[in-house]
Design a protein around this ligand. Structure first.
Ligand code: HEC
Length: 173
C-alpha cells in the first residue's frame, strides 16, 4: 500500500518541486537578465577617465591645499581664514558669471601666478608660488601660440572651470 502511494506521493512532490525549481529558474533567469541590463547600463555610463579629468582631480587637491583656507572648501569664499582679511575672498564658483558667462583661462592663471598683480591688484589674494613648482607643459593659448606653463597652474584652472555655476557660455584663452 505504502509502496503504491509512494511513487504517487513522490510523483506529487516531484512535480511540486519541479514547479518550484522551474519558477526559481525563471526567477533566476529574470534576475540574470535584470543584472545584465543593469550591468550594461552601468558599464556604458561609467565615464572614461580622460586626461582632463585627471587634471581636474589634481587641481582639486591643490585647491584644498593652497586656497580653501580663504576661499572655503566649496570655493564660495567662506574659508576659516576669511574673517582675518580686509577683503572678502571671491566666490570662485562665479568667476565666469562675473565676466558675463565667459571663462577666461589665461586671466585666471595670471591672477594665480601674479602676472596680473601690477595691473589689477587683488587685495589679500596672495601669489601662490608653489603653483610654479613642478613640470611645465605646453599650453595652446588658442591664438596660434603654444607656450610652456607650469602644469599645476593648468590643473587648478581646470578645476576652477569645472566648478563654475552656472557653466560658462563662452571660453577665451
Ligand atoms: C590668504 C587668503 C587667500 C588665499 C590663500 C587664496 N586667495 Fe584667492 N582671493 C583672496 C581674496 C581676498 C580675493 C579677492 C581679491 C579682491 O577682490 O581684490 C581673492 C580673489 C581670487 C580670484 C579672483 C576672482 C575673480 O573673479 O577675479 C581668484 C581667481 C582666486 N582668488 C583664486 C585663488 C586660488 C585658485 C587660490 C589657491 C591657489 C587662492 N585664490 C588662494 C584670498 C585668498
Amino acid at each position: 500500500m505504502l509502496y503504491g502511494k509512494g511513487p504517487m506521493l513522490t510523483g506529487g512532490r516531484c512535480r511540486s518541486i519541479s514547479v518550484v525549481v522551474n519558477s526559481r529558474l525563471a526567477k533566476d533567469l529574470q534576475l540574470m537578465r535584470y543584472f545584465m541590463i543593469v550591468a550594461s547600463i552601468v558599464i556604458s555610463s561609467v565615464p572614461t577617465i580622460s586626461a582632463a579629468d585627471e587634471f581636474i582631480d589634481f587641481g582639486k587637491d591643490l585647491f584644498v591645499e593652497h586656497c580653501a583656507r580663504c576661499h572655503g572648501i566649496d570655493a564660495s569664499g567662506k574659508g576659516p581664514d576669511a574673517a582675518d582679511l580686509k577683503t572678502v575672498p571671491a566666490d570662485l564658483t562665479k568667476i565666469s558669471e562675473r565676466r558675463g558667462g565667459v571663462w577666461p583661462m589665461l586671466e585666471v592663471m595670471s591672477i594665480l601666478d601674479g602676472y596680473l598683480k601690477v595691473q589689477e591688484p587683488r587685495y589679500d589674494m596672495p601669489i601662490i608660488t608653489e603653483l610654479n613648482d613642478g613640470p611645465n607643459v605646453e599650453f595652446d593659448t588658442g591664438n596660434g601660440l603654444v607656450t610652456r606653463i607650469p602644469s599645476r597652474l593648468i590643473e587648478i584652472a581646470e578645476y576652477l572651470e569645472s566648478i563654475q555655476s552656472p557653466k560658462p557660455e563662452r571660453y577665451v584663452p
